[in-house]
Design a protein. Sequence first.
Length: 207
Amino acid sequence: MTAHRTTGRLATSTEPRAHRARRDTAAEDDRIARGLVQGDERCLDAAYQRWGRLVHTLAARALGDHREAEDVTQQVFVAAWRGRANFRPDRGTLPAWLTGITRRKIADALTARTRRTELTAALGAALEHTGDSHEGPERIIDRLVVTEELARLPRVQRDVLELAYFADLTQTQIADRTGMPLGTVKSHARRGLQRMRHSLAPAATGG
């Protein structure tokens, strides 16, 4: 009887602790969500610490590329910060909202991958028919090399340089088209070019 009563007391005392833990977690999630909406950068960091792995896992499974998944993860939290005014904590949870953004960014990444593949195929076809092209073979090869190096860049840098190189847009026009601040466009362009120069340097020197 004593053992039975003791076991009962243990079970009774353990159950409230579990409930309290769940309530504490829910309260913390709600605090992070509301702080994010209010523009608290500490809450953005807390959201990344809590759900960054979830976002990365979803992206990695869909894309099959951990580097692209890292890029998508960064984009998701940047998008969440920029679009925080659109999130309504009373209508849904923050992880569910982040998951929705993740799905959209994955779709964007897959679309961009298809576009790069089609572009590479088109340039390859042009290389096979240089006699009918206004561009010389050297120029076409340059385009192929640039396309290959662009594919290695983080997505934002890649998109900016693709718009500059293939669409022949100025940085101001790129800012207008993408909605990014001009300074951000310039920063992505500069970093992307630096990475490409570093990658191409050994080939240029015969190394």
